[in-house]
Design a protein around this ligand. Structure first.
Ligand SMILES: NC(=O)C1=CN([C@@H]2O[C@H](COP(=O)(O)OP(=O)(O)OC[C@H]3O[C@@H](n4cnc5c(N)ncnc54)[C@H](O)[C@@H]3O)[C@@H](O)[C@H]2O)C=CC1
Ligand SMILES: O=C([O-])CC(=O)C(=O)O
Length: 408
């Protein structure tokens, strides 16, 4: 979807965009984009600065890490993607915005220089969050939508939709329990996406993600608008955890560690390919076993630590924001954006599989198969072991929609 060239930024004033019947109108101060605004860096607007990787809400260091670890070096140089605010006005919708992940994710996205509007949607009231967030003097306008009657409006014209509506697990809950509650929520939200913004990038976070992405694909297919290049299961948290744990173990700088994680996003379907860690490091067999299990169980660690109060929220908000940022950069023309994601895939015999992908303006431009070559014996065995579980999760998601077909 094309960027909005005619958009204006609102700087230094509340940027809430309200619907007249819900709240008082607060008119943003608008800044003509011909103004030499070159960079909106974190919390402070900076004018007339050449803006490369600094143009990120992730901050200069984190963003440098992203560029270093994901950019393909061409002719020995990292490509210089230049943020151009005239062409960088994207609209993001967050479905499930009032929840534990939705709130910090909304804040992080509000800090992105690439975003002109954030639509916050939830069945719970989002008006307090909308007002609160709107006082941050960053460019994006914040608009709240509460309840199913406002869902369609929250999706009109959006470039990226992030779906995190649904319940998180409690200790002792199975993936089946979670599926039974969340499947119908995701199905109805995706039906609305198909009707209102079929060309948007769709990021799915709601668990069990291994089933929710195939479920969403089937809904979109039945609606006649499925574009496999634009549907993503967000597995960035697994990569973030793998990078953190490996960097600590091997005394790498956190920003240098880059571990591809493939498969899916649950238990043994999460397969960190430690042999493909960059920079190259060696691991003992014990270290491989310990790190792999730690990465696979990190979600459960948080669920247990929260003792019934939900699952990871802050780290997934960070990871999801990174994936949104990467998608927006790809939409904005950065030719060197690579992330791991759970997508329709032909890298294995399964129709959906997480791997590193190259992102472009139209979504997935390429699946990176090289990570799956020359696996260690441990990785090859783990890959074989995860396939039946991942296949069952995929089949479950598709079957759910086939039993309850979508309305035309
Ligand atoms: N993919 C990943 O890496 C991760 C996924 N998750 C998953 O993300 C999901 C959300 O987790 P939290 O934010 O912690 O849960 P939460 O319970 O704090 O928030 C969920 C929000 O969804 C809203 N909601 C429920 N039904 C809705 C509907 N039909 N339409 C719109 N909004 C609706 C609720 O009102 C609530 O505000 C869970 O399924 C969790 O398991 C959590 C952590 C990591
Ligand atoms: O199951 C959950 O909601 C938590 C989760 O995915 C994770 O922390 O990786």
């Amino acid at each position: 979807m094309a960027a909005r060239a005619a958009a204006t930024y609102s700087i230094g004033s509340p940027s809430v965009s309200t619907k007249p019947n819900l709240r008082q109108q607060i008119k943003p101060t608008t800044l003509n984009l011909h103004h030499p605004l070159r960079c909106f860096s974190g919390l402070k607007a900076v004018t007339d600065i050449l803006c490369e990787s600094e143009a990120s809400f992730l901050g200069k260091e984190s963003n440098a890490a992203l560029v270093q670890t994901f950019a393909q070096k061409r002719h020995g140089h990292i490509s210089q993607y230049r943020f151009n605010p005239k062409a960088s006005c994207y609209k993001v919708a967050i479905l499930g915005a009032a929840g534990g992940i939705g709130q910090p994710l909304s804040l992080l996205i509000k800090m992105s220089p690439l975003v002109s509007e954030i639509n916050l949607y939830d069945i719970a009231n989002v008006q307090e969050i909308t007002a609160d967030l709107s006082y941050c003097n960053t460019p994006a306008q914040v608009v709240g939508f509460t309840g199913s009657s406002e869902l369609a409006d929250s999706l009109k014209g959006v470039d990226v939709v992030v779906i995190l509506a649904g319940v998180p697990p409690k200790p002792g809950m199975t993936w089946d329990d979670l599926f039974n509650t969340n499947a119908s929520i995701v199905k109805s939200l995706i039906e609305a996406v198909a009707d209102n913004c079929p060309e948007a990038f769709v990021h799915i976070i709601t668990n069990p993600m291994n089933s929710m992405v195939p479920l969403a694909a089937e809904v979109l297919r039945q609606k006649g608008v499925y574009d496999p290049k634009k549907l993503f299961g967000v597995t960035t948290l697994d990569v973030v955890r793998a990078n953190t744990f490996v960097a600590r173990k091997k005394n790498l700088r956190l920003i240098d560690a880059d571990v591809p994680v493939v498969g899916g996003h649950a238990g043994i379907t999460i397969l960190p390919l430690l042999s493909k860690t960059r920079p190259s490091v060696s691991f003992t067999n014990e270290e491989v076993e310990e790190l792999t299990v730690r990465i696979q169980n990190a979600g459960t660690e948080v669920v247990e630590a929260k003792a019934g109060e939900g699952s990871a929220t802050l780290s997934i908000a960070y990871a999801a924001a990174r994936f949104v940022e990467s998608s927006l950069r790809a939409l904005d023309g950065d030719a060197d954006v690579y992330e791991c994601a759970y997508v329709e895939s032909n890298l294995t015999e399964l129709p959906f599989f997480a791997s590193r992908v190259k992102l472009g303006k139209k979504g997935v431009e390429a699946l990176i198969h090289s990570d799956l070559q020359r696996l260690t014996a441990y990785e090859a065995k783990a890959l074989e072991a995860l396939m039946p579980e991942l296949k069952a999760s995929i089949d479950k998601g598709v079957a759910f929609v086939q039993k309850q077909p979508v309305t035309a």
